[in-house]
Design a protein around this ligand. Sequence first.
Ligand code: GDP
Length: 326
Amino acid sequence: MTRVLITGVTGQDGSLLATALRGEGHEIHGLCQTGLAIPAPIRELLDGVTLHDGDLADAAGIGELVDAVAPDEVYHLAGQSSVALSWEDPIGTLVSTGLGAGIVFEAAYRLQERRGTPVRVLQASSAEIFGRAEQTPQDEDTPVRPVSPYGVAKATAHQLASVYRQRGLFVACTILYNHESTLRPPSFVTRKITMGAARISVEGGELTLGNLDAGRDWGWAPDYVRAMVLALRHTEPDDFVVATGEVHTVEDFVRVAFARAGIANWQAHVRTDPAFVRPVDAAVQVGDASKARRVLGWAPSVGFDDLVGRMVEHDLALAHLAGDAG
Ligand code: GDP
């Protein structure tokens, strides 16, 4: 039986990954941020996972935890994960998402040295490391040139992964484009839109957003978690862009979501406010996942309309429940 440690196990990807790996019969340990309240839908997915509290900035504490769990595989997903929130807390984001990765790699490397058997690590890298890329679509060779605090933190982690790989630790990186599900918090535009459309369809009102022209490559999170597992189990540690290759604007997402919620004239319900526009934002992010397709045999299984539909259906059910309760 493989012993797995998932950092960030209480997030969207961590809980989906725990579910997938538990189904294969592995022993799953999860690191969760000390004091964090775990939302009920996520807690349900973590049944059977041994949870450990910890602080990513605490190098000694993380080292002790990694030694105590002694995992064969580490999926490093923890850290502040929202670009929007990284503008409100740049330093906290750099510490948890950037430095935290170095602390986890170092702990895994020391365990490997001490124990004498390999530890495999998966780093959840991000499209945000490319910033405003001149090349479209981006691939594994696109220059790393972030434009947000989150991007800088993820770029640091990505480059540290490469350093530890050269040092002899198996660190695979999945460069993940936006990936969504009903577990996304509303700090991400997708869930903000699907929750907003569902609420408006039940009780009317409006939704306030930022830049509607931004183009993103949105995929279905369980597909992306599958890519992480394939990358960690591949013969060599390597970098893989994980993306659908399709770009849609925020406005496209709004139009499809409102139509799915039965609202024809979305324009009557959506307003924009500069407060939600970022100081710097990549205009278009779209990935070329041909290496992951070729080397890992990975392909996305859920298209854009289906993804939006699944999220809207879920949020409509929640909005009707809330309406009935009220
Ligand atoms: P990101 O691509 O990782 O930053 O994911 P987000 O879901 O946070 O944002 C996707 C895009 O939506 C970005 O270009 C944002 O500028 C844009 N956007 C427009 N309005 C909003 C909003 O109200 N909230 C968020 N989070 N993003 C918004």
